[in-house]
Design a protein around this ligand. Structure first.
Ligand code: C5P
Length: 428
């Protein structure tokens, strides 16, 4: 984690999700981060200055024209004397004011005056989130380099279901960590994209490699994925002219040329990086995401004792399923991988339905198939229309053929329908 010793300025907006920011502040403080907080006038209807100040251990700022605050630390200083600004919950109103450069209270003035990165965690009613004006403001802010975490799909305080729930504190924390490490999804300079390919003008997000789930500071749970197939896909998509965002777990491979690569470790970090990289035309989940993480990661190294340490596991979010069921930013083509050791095609068909994706790339990783870590792969492309087996080929050739097939299929895919209610919550 890049959080220890860093300074974060949190701007709390006026929404019901403001209570979750108290938990975020607590976790940041535990991680050794210095937190200052600015509250909008509306935020004070949801959480009190007293509870925020007790958690941060310092004064809460809210008044643009406070003589004492200006004497202690001018508002320009407050926006610059920090490593990152986090807006949570970012209401539709705050996003609109940011997008238009308004400076009519302390929060918006700081956001306009800062020379630091800004991460926003939107939270609002789903109609407000999907309104063309909000989506326009979101696009403007993303173009300006503002980073986003969420919103997620789920049940809302207003009784509706859909996109608009603020990300959980753990996900915002992971996004803050990524932003501080400089792993941010800013657009790749056009000069690095190749001209004339089948995916020219398309944006492709690819996950690759394993994830590492920490047990303590020195140990982790992992798997045997090498990342070779995912990285080869990223290179092939870039060669086809796409703007490619590769989100990779720990691998011993170089970052592919012409690809914007973000290195993460855990499944939660991978999900935060994928969320921040959306929207996209194509999502390919080639990573072997760990299904579980350790519930209570030990802060210090666990010592060898009389008994082996027991730890409990909690399920990780399914990144592929959450992208396939994304309420507002589902890519037009969502592709998953199914590495199985038995009944490969039956499992692949079931996975297509369960995860809500358009294509499953099935491969046999049973003992003797010699796929994990090798330079060759034998895949079958599974769509709702049928099976398309490929011969055993080098992984870069598999990647080239798969990317060509995806480029063929893309125009025939229906426009993604926003707000399809198919899951039971944000973490499917
Ligand atoms: O369920 P299973 O792990 O077999 O599914 C494999 C597919 O789902 C891969 O595309 C993988 O990237 C994706 N996945 C995911 N998040 C998880 C588990 C798997 O995106 N937590």
């Amino acid at each position: 984690m890049a959080l220890a010793g860093k300074r974060i300025l949190i701007i709390i907006g006026g929404g019901i999700a403001a209570y979750k920011v108290l938990e975020l502040i607590r976790r940041l403080r535990e991680a050794g981060t210095e937190v200052r907080v600015v509250m909008t006038a509306a935020a004070k209807h949801f959480v009190t200055e007293l509870s925020v100040a007790s958690l941060t251990g310092s004064k809460v700022f809210s008044d643009l024209f406070s003589l004492t605050d200006e004497a202690e630390m001018g508002h320009i200083q407050l926006s610059r004397n920090t490593d990152l600004l986090v807006v949570a919950p970012a209401t539709a109103d705050l996003l609109a004011r940011m997008a238009h450069g308004l400076a009519n209270d302390l929060a918006s003035t700081l956001l306009l005056a800062t020379d630091k990165k800004i991460l926003v965690a939107p939270a609002m009613n789903l109609r407000m989130w999907l309104a063309p004006a909000t989506q326009r403001n979101v696009r403007t802010l993303k173009n300006d380099g503002v980073l986003f975490v969420g919103p997620e799909d789920g049940d809302m305080a207003c009784g509706e279901y859909g996109p608009g729930r603020m990300s959980e504190p753990a996900n915002i924390l992971a996004a803050i960590d990524q932003a501080l490490k400089g792993n941010t999804a800013l657009p790749l300079p056009p000069a690095l994209r190749r001209e004339g390919g089948a995916l020219m003008g398309k944006r492709v997000i690819i996950t690759s490699g394993p994830t590492h789930e920490p047990i303590d500071p020195v140990r982790y749970i992992a798997n045997r994925s090498s990342g070779k197939q995912g990285h080869a896909l990223a290179a092939a998509a870039a060669a086809a002219g796409a703007e490619v965002i590769l989100i990779s777990g720990p691998v011993a491979l170089p970052d592919p040329d012409g690809v914007e690569t973000h290195r993460i470790e855990t499944a939660l970090e991978m999900r935060a990086a994928v969320e921040a990289a959306l929207p996209a035309d194509i999502f390919i989940g080639a990573a072997a995401v760990a299904d579980w993480r350790v519930a209570n990661t030990a802060e210090g190294k666990i010592k060898k004792g009389f008994r082996p340490p027991g730890f409990s596991l909690v399920e990780n979010p399914d990144i592929l399923a959450s992208v396939a069921r994304h309420g507002s930013m589902r890519p037009r083509l969502v592709v998953g991988f199914a590495a199985e050791t038995a009944d490969v095609l039956a499992h692949a068909r079931a996975k297509l339905e369960r995860k809500g994706c358009d294509i499953i790339v099935a491969n046999d990783v049973s003992a003797g198939s010699d796929v994990m870590g090798s330079d060759e792969n034998q895949i079958t492309i599974v769509t709702r229309a049928g099976l398309e087996p490929l011969p055993r080929l080098r992984k870069d050739e598999v990647a080239r053929r798969l990317i060509t097939r995806l480029a063929d299929l893309l125009p025939s895919m229906p426009e993604p329908a926003p707000m399809a209610k198919t899951g039971s919550g944000s973490d499917v």
